[in-house]
Design a protein around this ligand. Sequence first.
Ligand SMILES: [Zn+2]
Length: 209
Amino acid sequence: MRILILSPHTDDAELGCGGSIVRFIEDNNEIYWVVFSTAEESLPEGSPVDTLQKEFINVAQYLNLNEDNYKIFNFRVRYLHEKRQEILEHLINIRNEFEPELVIGPSINDYHQDHQIVANEMIRAFKTTSSIISYELPWNHITFNSELFIKLEEKHISAKCNLLNNYKSQILKNRSYFSKEFIYGLAVTRGVQCNSKYSEAFEVIKWMI
Ligand SMILES: [Zn+2]
């Protein structure tokens, strides 16, 4: 299956569906991963501006993805709304070239301003061509509809932790959602809901068979 992954900032998709990405690659799906902002203004003081871009490339290399499997845009963090139409046009180009069967991106219930833009443009671009699901970032949601579960094993969650360990700049900022306890805790919680040891939950925006 051709799977398009949309990440407003470099670490969002790993946090929301890193275990599932590992499983998709293991199952030989074709991945194209788009990052919209490398969040140069959200780095610890004194960090080089390309820090998050390098950290994302480390993640891609860990997953054996090459440059044909991802695209990094450099829109300004927290200002994606100013580039809404440009983002839509990029997504339409990607739709025409990659023809994804499944698109995974942020939730329309995610209150981060950049995530809302990507969620809305994702639906606008793919609403009649692809199945669309949204990953879970609990600190950004007031409500989240856990409608689809991707069952995972220990190896997928431990690989998810390895992916996130590449983001040293964010770990330095003591972001609680980077902790192993949180990642395992959420995966176990979602696993309990679908009779699996671990899982990641998704909202279904559109499903086509
Ligand atoms: Zn983000």
